[in-house]
Each structure stands twice: as C-alpha cells, then as structure tokens.
Design a protein around this ligand. Structure first.
Ligand code: CP
Ligand code: NVA
Length: 301
C-alpha cells in the first residue's frame, strides 16, 4: 500500500528516528558531493495554495539531488482553483506523477487528496500542521544537542500549525515539551491531551516560567498565512510572547534557539536574539532540504 506523510501522529517513534537517520546520511552524501540518485526518473508535483520560500526550493532542489524532477503547481493556476474537485485532481495527477506535495489551508484537503491519489502525498503545511518542518527541526536539535530524548523544548507564541506538529514530534522522540502562549491561543486540545498522556507536557501563560531551564527555545510568527487581517489584533494578544534577552537568561546557558522562518523580528523574537542564534536558525532552514529528501525517499523509492 502507498504511504503518505500527512501528520506526525501517523508516524511511530521508530519511523521518525529512521527518517532522521536517513536525512543525516543524505546530508553527509551531499556534503561529500557523492551522487545519490535514489529517485532517478521520478517526478514530484508541488501544489501551493500559500506562499513559500523554504518548502518550495528545498523540495525542488531535493528532487534534483535525488535524480528526479519537480513541478511547481500554483493552486490558482490549476483547474483546482476554478473548482475542479480534489478527488478528480488527485486521480489525474496520479497518472502523471510519482508523488505530490501540497501546501494548503484545511488539513482535510490534504487528507482528501491522499485518499483519492494512488501515489504518496506529502503535507507541506496546512492551518493545522507542518510535519515536514518538524523533521528538519528534530534533525537540527539532534545535531546541536547530540540527542533528543531528555531535552526540554519550550515553544513560545501562537499555538498554531507549527506548534501542533512540534509537540507531536518532540513528545514522540522523548523530549519534554512546554508551551508558553495566551490561554486563548493554545495548540490543538486533542494534541495537548495526547501529549500529557504520552510524555512530559505543560502549557502555560507565563513565558519565563515555561522557558526556565529549557535546552531548546522555539518560536513562530504571531500571524500565520491566512491570518493577515488579524495581524494588528494579534500583535496585542501576543505582546510579550517573545524570545528576548530575559527569556534567553531563563533558559539553559547552552540553549539553542530555533525558528521555522520567515521571522517577524521585533515581534516573536528580538533582532538581537535572532542574530545571536542565526547559525542554528539557518542550519534549521538548511535541514529542510535533507529532511524533505529523506521523506521523499521513504515514500517514493
Ligand atoms: N518554514 C517554512 O515552511 O518556510 P516557507 O513558508 O518559506 O516554505
Ligand atoms: N505558522 C506559519 C508557518 C510558516 C512556515 C504559517 O502558517 O504561516
């Protein structure tokens, strides 16, 4: 049966760790400039209904690295944008391609596409989740901290798509997770209940309390794609949910800072905190490439 990559909740700890191992191996092969055409002759279609820099470029370059090719399909240029059903789009694309990556709004759309496709479907971000991002994040934590299990990760800001997937990925790999966010903007309730049952998880409103002794600090934008109209209101709601000097002081001295990017410096992170941690943040961005290659090899080989 074909496999998809729709949410980390469908992946076991072992599968996540094997994706990380594969990503590390592919990264090393690329560093050594060793050819690794594991998907020679295969084609990935990339449907984007939202903007992207990292996801688009890394999937496309990743596919070239693996000996295949990638097609950028703008949601508004496809007949999908004019109302052609996803069910039909899925069946048509399955006749041309070997895999589909889609970035869209509702998680249900990704699930419908996967249900009607005979080829693997990869979730490149929805309003609910961003699982590809988290494979890159875990790889970055592993590289910088040497291990995942037992590390304390503190996410600060909006309980959004990135937070939802991060909680699942971090808990599954044995990290302790804390989320600092306003009570009105917590991560998905089911995910939080699952996290409490399956690991060490805490969610609170006090940023410094949550950041105390953390090994990894993570933040994301206050207003996600599709929430542009709420940006001003969100600036008020999230004021203070920021990675800054005080938060860095509360965390471990050797804590690393991650941001999935794009960043709104001065909002969720200060310019100083961002620049002081730019090395790790751009390693994280680079790791999108290696993570996506591992995901594609896992699904499409
Ligand atoms: N972090 C991330 O997904 O970046 P893009 O929106 O640029 O793809
Ligand atoms: N939460 C952000 C992540 C961007 C990569 C958004 O959905 O816009």
């Amino acid at each position: 049966m074909k496999k998809d990559f729709l949410a980390l909740s469908n992946y076991s700890k072992e599968e996540i760790l094997s994706l990380l191992a594969l990503a590390a191996e592919l990264k090393e092969q690329k560093r050594r400039r060793e050819p690794h055409p594991l998907l020679a002759g295969k084609t990935l279609g990339m449907i984007f209904e939202k903007s992207s820099t990292r996801t688009r470029v890394s999937f496309e370059v990743g596919m070239y690295d693996l000996g295949g090719s990638a097609l950028f399909l703008s949601g508004s240029d496809l007949q999908l944008g004019r109302g052609e059903p996803l069910e039909d789009t899925a069946r048509v694309l399955s006749r041309y391609l070997d895999g589909i990556m889609i970035r869209t709004f509702a998680q249900e759309k990704v699930e419908t596409l996967a249900k009607w496709s005979s080829i693997p479907v990869i979730n490149g971000l929805t309003d609910y989740s961003h699982p590809c991002q988290i494979i890159a994040d875990l790889l970055t934590i592993q590289e910088h901290k040497g291990r995942l299990a037992g590390q304390t990760l503190c996410y600060i800001g909006d309980g959004n798509n990135v937070a939802n997937s991060l909680i699942v990925g971090a808990i599954k790999t044995g990290m302790d997770v804390r989320v600092a966010c306003p009570a009105s903007h917590q991560p998905d309730a089911e995910i939080m209940a699952w996290a409490k049952k399956n690991g060490v998880f805490e969610c609170g409103e006090n940023v410094l309390e949550m950041a105390e002794g953390a090994d990894v600090l993570y933040t994301d934008v206050w207003a996600s794609m599709g929430q542009e109209a709420e940006a001003a209101a969100r600036r008020k709601i999230f004021a203070g949910y920021q990675i800054n000097a005080r938060v860095l002081d509360a965390a471990m001295r050797d804590a690393i800072v991650l941001h999935d990017l794009p960043a709104h410096k001065g909002e969720e992170i200060t310019v100083e905190a961002f620049e002081a941690n730019a090395g790790t943040i751009f390693d994280e961005a680079e790791n999108r490439l290696h993570a996506h290659k591992a995901i594609m090899v896992h699904l499409m080989r």
